[in-house]
Structures are given as structure tokens and as C-alpha cells.
Design a protein around this ligand. Structure first.
Ligand code: FES
Ligand code: FES
Length: 137
């Protein structure tokens, strides 16, 4: 199976590889695994709490080239979006941008799931923080 040029580009020069501090209140972390192949993806966002805009995104993916490319592209798409806009990102956008073949669709689903998990984590942290500040006020 031939990878598209875009997949090869992101695979050879992955954008935003790395980790953000998981304990940071501004950071949301999503870790998801693909039942199809056992690949694992970690995706993190750092959100400006005032504006809700994602100012940074990082990933670490233990998986195939398409999963690495999908998560690399996802971090590029996330930066500068609000968390509401980010929650609208669909795997189909990654599929078309990377020209993924049918057997690699699940790699892009993994990235969509990781985005959603990171947003959920951030929202839970914010809710917990606000609950705490209300009880202590
Ligand atoms: Fe081989 Fe995912 S199936 S790396
Ligand atoms: Fe499973 Fe790509 S082959 S994530």
C-alpha cells in the first residue's frame, strides 16, 4: 500500500510531537487506543481559559504512519480554534486531507477520538475547578 505524499510528509516531519504538563489546569489530555490494531495515541491541548482558544497542541502516537500523520495534522488544525470549534473536527477531514485508503480510516478515527477525549478532560478539570472555588467562596 502506498502512502500519500501528505502522509509521508507528516510521518517524516511530524508537527508538535511531545507532551504538555498533564497536571496543568489549562491542559486537556486524551489517550485512546485502536481496537483494530492496538495502536495508541496521546493528544493534548492547552487552552486559554479566558477565551477558550487552543494555544498549543501536542501528540505522541505509537502506531502506523497514518495514525502519526492523522495526529500530526490534528494538532495543526487544533491550534487557534476554540474548544467548541475543535469538537467539530471530524475524522473525514483528516481522511480527505491525507487521502487515506479505506483500511486506514480507523487511524483518523483514533485522532478524532483523541481530540474529543482531550476536550472532555479539559472540561472536567474546569468544572472541578469551578466547583471547588464555589465551595470555598
Ligand atoms: Fe501496524 Fe498499527 S497496525 S502499526
Ligand atoms: Fe491502526 Fe493505523 S493501523 S491506527
Amino acid at each position: 500500500m502506498a502512502y500519500s505524499d501528505k502522509v509521508m510528509d507528516h510521518y517524516n516531519n511530524p508537527r508538535n510531537v511531545g507532551s504538555l504538563d498533564q497536571k496543568d489546569e489549562q491542559v486537556g489530555t486524551g489517550v485512546v487506543g485502536a481496537p483494530e490494531c492496538g495502536d495508541v495515541m496521546k493528544l493534548q491541548i492547552k487552552v486559554d481559559e479566558k477565551t477558550g482558544i487552543i494555544e498549543d497542541a501536542r501528540f505522541k502516537t505509537f502506531g502506523c504512519g497514518s495514525a502519526i500523520a492523522s495526529s500530526s495534522l490534528a494538532t495543526e488544525m487544533l491550534k487557534g480554534k476554540t474548544i467548541d470549534e475543535a469538537s467539530e473536527i471530524k475524522n473525514t477531514a483528516l481522511v480527505s486531507e491525507l487521502s487515506l485508503p479505506p483500511v486506514k480510516i480507523h487511524c483518523s478515527v483514533l485522532a478524532e477520538d483523541a481530540i474529543k477525549a482531550a476536550i472532555d478532560d479539559f472540561r472536567k478539570k474546569q468544572a472541578a475547578k469551578h466547583a471547588k472555588s464555589e465551595t470555598s467562596a
